[in-house]
Structures are given as structure tokens and as C-alpha cells.
Design a protein around this ligand. Structure first.
Ligand SMILES: *Cc1c(COP(=O)(O)O)cnc(C)c1O
Length: 215
């Protein structure tokens, strides 16, 4: 696989789903990848990347931003409250807002910093105990609460259970977003991004299909 072929598959999935051309944002998930693979895609002009950990991202992206210019950086992994400020300084978009304490931290620090990244609320669509995210039953209330704090909500994000058909989870996420008037849908990874696009994804998060296996 390669960046070029994944880009082409994203564009083809948009067409097939009758979506507006280029309406789906391809986030290249660079976590745990050797630097040379990421540098290859930077050289090809890609400028939208996703990372799972604040610390790992802080160790590489400031330097690459200095070298390559503006890069849109997305935090995809769980965020510890004590890393909120660092995450807000480093990332343009955060996909893992999942609890009131974090929402309050964003709201307070946004005052201090004079800016706030766009935020996706993570929904635990499979209600898996080990997984982060707001439970589906609590989603409407939490979205309402976050809105009350004036946070810049981009939409919703989910990671379906590994052993289930993802389409049902993608549709659930789309339904929660629609009834709450949210446009952004961060869903779909290497194995299921085309399904996600058919279900309305606006942001797909693709790692191994672009860069190869991690490690
Ligand atoms: C690692 C990760 C991805 C990318 O996974 P691939 O299967 O390598 O495409 C996407 N989203 C999240 C939240 C991740 O942690």
C-alpha cells in the first residue's frame, strides 16, 4: 500500500457514495512509524497526520513543522487531564474528548491560550468496558454539556469493536451526530475506511495501509 493508492481509494469511495469530491479528510496515522516512512509522505506533499500520544508527537512534529511548514496535527488517542495544555498547544484537532473534566479543562485553558483545537467527542458505540468514549446513552447529554461550555465541537469519533461489523457502529455514530446537529464524523481505519465513507465519514484515520505495519 502507499499514500497514493489510499488517496485514490478515498476519492473512489466518495464517488461511489455520491459524496462531494474531496469532502473526506484523509488523516495519515503516523504513530509508531519509522521516521523515514513519514518523511516519504511529507515529501509527497501530505500535510494531515494523526498521533495517539502527546509525548510521542511532541518528540517529532515540532521539528517537521519547522522543516515542512504548516501541518495539521490530530490527536486520536486518550488524553490524560494533566497533558491537556500540552495537547492543546501541539494539536489542531483532538478526537478523544470523552468526559466532563476534560471538557472543563479545554474550556479553561482556551481562555488562557486564546485558542482551542477543534474537538471530536469520542463515543464508545460498542459500550466496551476497556474502551474510552462516552456511552451511547449518555451522548446527547454530554454533547449538550460541552456546547454549554462554548467548545468548538467538530463532531463525533468512534472505534468500533474489532470483532463486529463496523457498519452498524458507523451508522449509530452518524445518527447521534445528525440528531445533535453535528457535521463531523471521524470514523474508519485501514480495514474499513471505505465502509465508513459510505456511512458518512468526514475524516478517516488510516495508518498501516499507508505506512505498513507499525513497530
Ligand atoms: C492506530 C489508530 C488508527 C489507525 O489504525 P490503522 O489500522 O493502522 O489504520 C486510527 N484511529 C485510532 C484511534 C488509532 O489508534
Amino acid at each position: 500500500m502507499s499514500l497514493e493508492s489510499i488517496r485514490n481509494r478515498v476519492r473512489a469511495a466518495e464517488r461511489q457514495a455520491g459524496r462531494t469530491p474531496e469532502s473526506v479528510t484523509l488523516i495519515a496515522v503516523s504513530k509508531e512509524q519509522p521516521p523515514e516512512r513519514v518523511l516519504d509522505t511529507l515529501a509527497l506533499g501530505h500535510r494531515i497526520y494523526g498521533e495517539n500520544r502527546v509525548q510521542e508527537a511532541a518528540g517529532k512534529w515540532p521539528e517537521w513543522r519547522a522543516e515542512f511548514g504548516p501541518i495539521e496535527l490530530h490527536l486520536l488517542g486518550p488524553l490524560q487531564s494533566n497533558k491537556t495544555r500540552q495537547a492543546m498547544e501541539l494539536f489542531d484537532v483532538i478526537h478523544s474528548l470523552d468526559r466532563p473534566k476534560l471538557a472543563r479543562g479545554f474550556a479553561r485553558l482556551a481562555q488562557d491560550l486564546g485558542r482551542c483545537p477543534s474537538l471530536f467527542i469520542q463515543i464508545n458505540t460498542g459500550a466496551e468496558p476497556q474502551k474510552a468514549g462516552v456511552l451511547p446513552d449518555a451522548a446527547d447529554a454530554f454533547i449538550h454539556e460541552a456546547r454549554g461550555m462554548d467548545l468548538p465541537l467538530a463532531g463525533l469519533m468512534c472505534i468500533p469493536p474489532v470483532d463486529e461489523d463496523p457498519a452498524g457502529h458507523f451508522r449509530m455514530l452518524a445518527a447521534i451526530a445528525a440528531r445533535n446537529g453535528l457535521d463531523g464524523l471521524s470514523m474508519g481505519m485501514s480495514d474499513d475506511f471505505e465502509t465508513a465513507i459510505a456511512c458518512g465519514a468526514t475524516h478517516v484515520r488510516v495508518g498501516s495501509a499507508i505506512f505498513g505495519a507499525r513497530g
